[in-house]
Design a protein around this ligand. Structure first.
Ligand code: ADP
Length: 280
């Protein structure tokens, strides 16, 4: 900061004023025993497009590349991460804070479903409490050393995910879409939200893009033509991956065996995240 700076940015042309691109810091501090290097928020326009499964696959890919990886399940009213990883146990805590539950391969997970006595209990909470719970997962959980944390955001591009973004120091956003959605509108909203927070959109992932017929190897666009490339170009964004509808994937997610699902599509995305992490 300039020695002459009087903190009054109006009319000031200095490059270090509040009017510049300096990232506004609304975020709470993570737990003192957490050291989290890269935080990636995974967003979608609505529920059911595969946000949780994409979050899980990204975490598995980064773990397979040798990184300490974690998932903060901020989808408080629809927490599906523990099921996708087949996590049975309950999260425990001590006087210092709560501990995440480790998956088979060592991915650390915290989710409301790891705190409930009965996982079929509905989580009936309103917006501010959703954001408050996600924030607590950030501030009160002892994550330890994490290279890549993925946040499974509450669905939508409204107030609730925005409040979560404001509480947690997210470094980049990945937007998951599907061909049957109003992709243009969702991406515009996500981009605006990211701009408000001064967080970069890393790129878009189109899920359920096509179905590859095992009998003839042909791809069928069962949910209609995709508009993802045009939308990405309009916003100057990257399409990171197009994932097929794969019955083996839904089976892995239902059985809690996502860590053993052979995933060739998400690996290039993991490489991009690795490069991003190295540049920071
Ligand atoms: P969201 O988090 O967006 O609500 P999920 O990740 O929970 O969505 O996915 C919703 C359902 O769709 C899950 O049962 C999941 O297994 C299934 N699913 C998602 N993507 C695919 C896919 N590409 N192929 C097959 N099933 C999928």
């Amino acid at each position: 900061m300039s020695e002459k700076c009087d903190q009054n940015c109006e009319g000031c042309s200095a490059g270090n004023s509040k009017n510049t691109e300096e990232k506004p810091d609304f975020s709470a501090q993570p737990h003192e025993l957490s050291n989290i290097k890269n935080v990636i928020g995974v967003l979608s326009g609505k529920g059911g497009v595969g946000k949780s499964i994409v979050t899980s696959m990204l975490a598995v890919a980064m773990k397979n590349m040798g990184y300490n990886t974690a998932i903060l399940d901020a989808d408080i009213t629809g927490p599906s991460i523990p099921k996708i990883f087949g996590l049975q146990g309950r999260a425990r805590g001590d006087a210092k804070g709560m501990f995440p539950v480790k998956s088979i391969t060592g991915i650390d997970v915290m989710s409301v479903n790891l705190l409930l006595e009965n996982v079929t209990d509905p989580v009936v909470v309103r917006g501010p409490l959703i954001a408050g719970t996600a924030k607590q997962f950030w501030t009160d959980v002892i994550w330890g050393d994490v290279d890549f944390m993925f946040i499974d955001m509450p669905p939508g591009t409204g107030d609730v995910p925005l409040t979560v973004f404001q509480s947690v120091a997210v470094d980049g956003i990945i937007v998951v879409t599907s061909p049957q959605e109003l992709v243009s509108m969702i991406v515009s909203k996500a981009v605006k939200m990211a701009e408000m927070m001064n967080i970069p959109v890393i790129g878009l992932i189109e899920n359920m893009s096509y179905f590859r017929c095992p009998d003839n190897g042909k791809d069928y666009k069962i949910f209609g033509e995709s508009h993802i490339d045009e939308v990405a170009e309009k916003h100057n964004l990257r399409v990171l991956a197009k994932l097929p509808v794969d019955p083996k994937l839904s089976e892995a997610s239902d059985r809690g065996t996502i860590e053993f699902y052979d995933n060739e599509w998400i690996e290039p995305v993991a490489k991009i995240l690795e490069e991003m992490g190295e540049m920071r």
